[in-house]
Design a protein around this ligand. Sequence first.
Ligand code: HEM
Length: 491
Amino acid sequence: MMVDLMPREVLYVGRRQFSQIAPLRRAGRVYVYRAAEAPGDSPRSLVLSTDMVLVLVLVVLVLVFLWARRPQRPAGLPPGPPTFLIFGNIWFTIQSLRGQLKTELKRYRQTYGDVLGFVLPNGQTAAHLFTYEDIRDACAMPEFAGRPQSFATLLRSYQQQLGIAFNEGSSWAEHRRFALRNLRDFGFGKKSLEETVLDEFEELADEITQEMKAPMKVNGRFGVYVLNILWKLVADQRLDQNDPKTQDHVATVSEFFQAIGPRCPLNVAPWLRHFLPEKSGYSTIIRHRESTAAMFGPLVKEHRRTLERSSPRDFIDQFLIEMESPDAEARQFTERNLAIIGMDFFVAGVETTTSTLTWALLLMVLHPDVQARVQREIDSVVGRRSPSYADRVRMPYTEATLTELYRRTAVFPLGVPRRVTRQRVIPFGVGKRFCLGETLARMEAFMLFTCLLQRFRFSPVPGRMPTMNFKPGVARQPEDFVVNVELREQF
Ligand code: HEM
């Protein structure tokens, strides 16, 4: 109810008697009155002045204006939910921030079909493909090889388009080719790398054996060992897992992965970094960037000092040689890009493989019958010698278990967004941008999984059965859990 008022002690409107108790604002003619307690009336009804009516009208006009200016679904965008005000598909965004993306996508799929079109809050459009055939066909097309730039990914590369994983265009293509060629030369798919995996496993097995008396925390257990396998190819070095700097670096990789996921608020509201640097993920991204730069600085210096152009030892040596070519700067063969590519390797190669192994142990604890069957196969094919990657052809049950593991746990549940599409539950992606480390990742997963089950038996801690719940982030990690570990009889 609204009425134009002049200040006075008591006012009657219809049957109601109002007494002025506390003008909240005396500017202009805005007063707030509370209804006196009259029989049959609500004791707290509010009466607003015409100025308040004007404010309300203004609010409505602004809303109408925003509605008229709301991002329109462009012609040709596949069907999808309607847009709302300036926020595009705001409900989809809210659900993804709440970690409910999968449920929401399922609901949309039922309504709109197998190809969904969205308008994101920043006005960009996106499509989500559900079927394998659609994903395969789209990813095979060169125009689908782009990567959308987000605030978070640009922040990590000093606002430049650097590296491989979050880059596109000719610089992405050249550096992807260069990385694949050189990582292959230094060990991808080679027997020598299997030796590195076995050495790392021995270190890991020692650590597990020492901690076997109490329930063993699984999350975070494999990071340094997995990093070391990659590090051998990149820097021909082994990092000491007891060095706080190494532990710190592995931790920042993991935090970074959580921070840049679909829930990263910075991509929707970059200004949040000024008010909530920690909560928005801003500080995490900067910490990871600086920690990688600090790691690469001295390493590059040392490699430069000892470089022998005729016999490069690792990826860094090859990159330094390329940096000497006359057009190196233009092709982004720079020290800064080397650190960003290193960051790509850590981020794409460490957290993913670590998550896969963590899920593997979780599933073995939940399905002891499968664990026992894999162990029987290991015993009959490998026995007590060290496994090799070639053994997998005679170990169909172990291979099938790993395939089921990739399917069930989908470390990258949405793939990594492409410029035009997203993809779902294809562990290493398909098409022009498929995972650059697939050969290494499959080999590492097979070898480390086989080694772990060959030597240890894992079982649930009574009363602390782990669940399939996972933490939010780009790469899916199970929630923290512990397991009981015993040495198998043969060891
Ligand atoms: C189980 C382990 C792994 C899984 C599940 C995995 C999965 C993926 C997926 C789904 C993509 C996105 C592909 C796309 O855009 O369509 C990707 C990209 C990538 N992965 Fe992996 N990956 C793993 C291990 C590794 C390892 C060990 C490396 C080591 C170098 C690595 C390096 C990369 C790089 C550099 C990219 C970006 C490729 C590009 O954008 O061109 N990954 N990975």
